[in-house]
Design a protein around this ligand. Structure first.
Ligand SMILES: [Zn+2]
Length: 400
């Protein structure tokens, strides 16, 4: 892999035209194009010819261990409801593992994400009585193997519930000891039927291990909303602001104005982030939550697995999907859609070393667009992807 020292004529998200100087895997300087004589080729320079340069895309929610990518196409098996789908997945994952092991498929997906400019991914990993810690062990290995191309953060995810599934609390504890950075959860009311029971375990483990929290919450209506407020209360009480996320939070898409107002304010004050992947029964109102000060970020969620036959791992395409679903139309709104897959997701993942500034890691992606709104609207071709300054993909004019 090469490591360019200079990217010529990049367009930054604010519209400015700069040359980007790189050394030792980091950005060392951004200098205005207007400040130098026109030229096309210092040695080691890559010409961007005005292409938009973004910090690496961030996928805030994936399931690397679930994907069928890397195995032959699996027709989707629809079932009736969450429990039946979980049971169906359990049967199917054994069949698919015989075709291609979890680690092989997870690595294929991680590398595909990296080639599309995603520099960091938060992956939930199933921890349940059936697989125990097998998937975690596979993903810990994959994380090491792909370290040079993408950063992987792991959430111990109780796909078969916590209270409802004897032994899972101990497995989650072990998963955090063995290298998962976050503790997950699943519909404390709708799945476990015991909101305090599940949240006591999840937040108890978070406290004991100093782990972050990211809970799948599909429960809708007032039942979902009251759990969001419970999670906000616990986050505030434990001083976990900025380290707790709720994924999906469909309830927010179906509340009356008063309850939405109360719930959104609580989430904002407590520092609980909301992850959306877009298409859903009731997507959270992205613009409104942002106006309330809630950190909203985006993820792919399922990519070609037992839950969902769709998905490419392209986070710019994800911004397009969320923009369409959330009716984000103006340039300002399209900028917000881009934030969901860049700065907001980076903040939700706690990536302190992120951005387009001198000193930041050279985790960068250039796309065939002249502006951020255009990139969100069209999710165009990636021209250049760098991770830690090393070239993962180069389709710039000089490389052709
Ligand atoms: Zn998920």
């Amino acid at each position: 892999m090469t490591s360019p020292a200079l990217l010529l004529d990049a367009t930054l998200p604010d519209g400015s035209a700069v040359d980007v100087h790189l050394a030792d895997g980091r950005i060392t300087a951004l200098t205005p194009v207007s400040a130098r004589p026109p030229h096309t080729g210092a040695p080691g320079a890559v010409r961007l010819d005005g292409a938009l340069l973004l910090p690496a895309l961030v996928d805030g929610h994936a399931h690397l261990d679930k994907t069928f990518l890397g195995a032959p196409w699996q027709p989707h098996r629809a079932t009736d409801g969450l429990r039946a789908q979980i049971a169906s997945e359990r049967a199917l994952r054994h069949e698919v593992a015989r075709l291609a092991p979890v680690a092989e498929r997870a690595e294929a997906l991680a590398r595909r994400m990296a080639s599309l400019g995603t520099g960091h991914v938060r992956s939930h990993v199933d921890v349940d009585p059936d697989t125990g810690l097998d998937h975690l062990h596979a993903l810990l290995e994959v994380r090491e193997r792909v370290r040079d191309v993408i950063g992987v953060q792991l959430v111990a995810f109780p796909q078969s519930g916590v209270v409802a599934s004897p032994g899972v609390a101990d497995l989650l504890d072990a998963a955090l000891r063995e290298g998962a950075e976050l503790i997950g959860g699943l519909d404390p009311a709708g799945f476990d039927g015991d909101v305090d029971g599940q949240l006591d375990i999840v937040f108890g483990l978070a406290g004991r291990h100093g782990a972050g929290v990211d809970i799948h919450l599909h429960d809708g209506g007032p039942v979902g909303a009251s759990q969001l407020r419970d999670i906000a209360d616990r986050t505030a009480a434990l001083g976990l602001a900025g380290r707790v996320a709720v994924s999906h939070a469909y309830a927010l898409g179906g509340l009356d104005a008063d309850e939405l107002h109360t719930t959104a304010r609580k989430l904002a004050e407590a520092g609980v982030a909301i992850m959306t992947n877009g298409p859903s029964r009731s997507m959270p109102p992205v613009k409104l939550l942002h106006e309330y000060g809630v950190r909203v970020f985006a993820g792919s969620d399922n990519i070609r697995d037992a839950w969902w036959p769709y998905g490419t791992g392209d986070m710019l395409e994800r911004a397009t999907i969320i923009g369409l679903q959330g009716e984000l139309m103006t340039d300002r709104e399209l900028l917000l859609a881009a934030d969901l897959v860049t700065t907001h997701a980076a903040a939700a993942l706690g990536l302190s070393d992120y951005g387009l500034a001198p000193g930041a890691p050279a985790d960068l992606v250039a796309v065939a667009a002249g502006s951020v709104p255009e990139a969100v609207a069209a999710h165009p071709e990636r021209l250049l992807v760098l991770h830690g300054g090393r070239t993962l993909l180069d389709r710039t004019p000089g490389a052709r």
